[in-house]
Design a protein around this ligand. Sequence first.
Ligand code: 13P
Length: 251
Amino acid sequence: MRRYVIAGNWKMNMTPAQTAAFIKELAPMVAGKDKCDIVLCVPFVDIAPAIEAAKGTNIKIGAENVHFKESGAYTGEISASMLKEIGTEYVIVGHSERRQYFAETDETVNLRTKAALAAGLKVILCLGELLEARQAGITEEIVSMQTKLDFAGIPAEDLKNIIIAYEPVWAIGTGLTATPAQADEACGIIRRVIGDLYGAKAAEEMIIQYGGSMNDANAAELLACENVDGGLIGGASLKTDKFTAIVDAAN
Ligand code: 13P
């Protein structure tokens, strides 16, 4: 029932010129592969050239972050309405690198999500446990708590515009991947919490991606998991052939 969403998170990679060239190369490779949504989340200055290059293709463009205020004295920040006006469709919120290096908390993740939704953006909300939490056997408590805090005050009618990305922090950029069983279990826990908060139908419909060293070699087995509805891909989204192979796995 749920539709796969394969999304790239470019992080701090690619210039505007590289962005345009990448999308021109990727577009024919993924053309017609419409059993999944295909999204590239790119650095702020790459968004406009990405949207231009992706016109008439099945590639959708997103940002990697958004501020929670509409405007004001927040030097260096970008608002949701700015992103919306230039045609941005998606935005990543709460990525672990934002939480780790830029002091994001569940409270600011929640505020950013609300601001993005209010502007009409679709949100890819990231959460996941640290290695210490997994080793201590408290993954379930951590991801449950994050889900509850990040969704606080978000009404049920907004859920159709939110994708959750389960990203165990120990698997991001490390080459370590959660096993399909680990990914399925954690995504299932998150789905159960969404069910507790919003009911069984909402849980059934929520798209939950796995992220953390997903690549062309492991995508098929991760995407085969009942609770995994796509991927949020870092490193492998910077190579057209690897990213296309993941799109193929979803198709
Ligand atoms: P990698 O795929 O490079 O591990 O990154 C995952 C990620 O952080 C996607 O948001």
